[in-house]
Design a protein around this ligand. Structure first.
Ligand SMILES: [Zn+2]
Length: 176
């Protein structure tokens, strides 16, 4: 599933991470116009629809080797999902987190970390239980919680974390 053929519009920008591994790219349908866009795991700024310029949800995966590039160097605040394949609550919280990423498109980036594949990150964040959720702002941890929660609660938690981190709530967040 990781081989993505060069479809129409795939311009294949490959500068940047030249560690021999191509940065993974996801395709995301624009909620505004329906256009399918290719969204890289790591990039400058935040992804926007190539057609209508609406912000796109940004969902990426990272591990020990690329967490810095994908999460800590992101220009948006990052919601980190430290999860494991054997964890039932993780499977429940995953779609809720993706919903939050869609609701907060252009404001946060969701980065999923499989702790069994990323032992250094699991140690660094002292993961005792999964899912452990973090909010990072330019690599600095501003919030943390353990356990699953429904999408609306997660969104509220993220909103409050970002407000506390930036000192003021964003009045433009009243999109419905
Ligand atoms: Zn669009």
């Amino acid at each position: 599933m990781s081989t993505s053929p060069e479809g129409p519009g795939g311009r294949g920008r490959r500068e940047g991470s030249t560690a021999g591994v191509e940065a993974p790219v996801r395709t995301v349908a624009c909620a505004n116009c329906g256009r399918t866009n290719r969204v890289p795991a790591a990039a400058e700024g935040s992804p926007r629809c190539g057609n209508c310029r609406a912000p796109l949800p940004w969902i990426a995966e990272a591990g020990d080797t690329d967490f810095g590039e994908v999460a800590e160097q992101a220009s948006l605040p990052v919601l980190v999902d430290l999860w494991a394949t054997w964890c039932g609550p993780c499977r429940m919280v995953s779609p809720a987190l993706e919903q939050v990423a869609k609701d907060l498109a252009g404001r946060i980036k969701l980065v999923k970390v499989d702790i069994d594949k990323s032992p250094a990150l699991a140690r660094r964040f002292e993961v005792q239980a999964v899912p452990t959720l973090l909010v990072l702002d330019h690599g600095r941890q501003v919030a943390r919680q353990t356990g699953a929660a429904p999408a609306h609660e997660l969104r509220k938690w993220v909103d409050e974390s970002l407000s506390a981190s930036h000192g003021a709530a964003d009045p433009a967040s009243g999109r419905h």
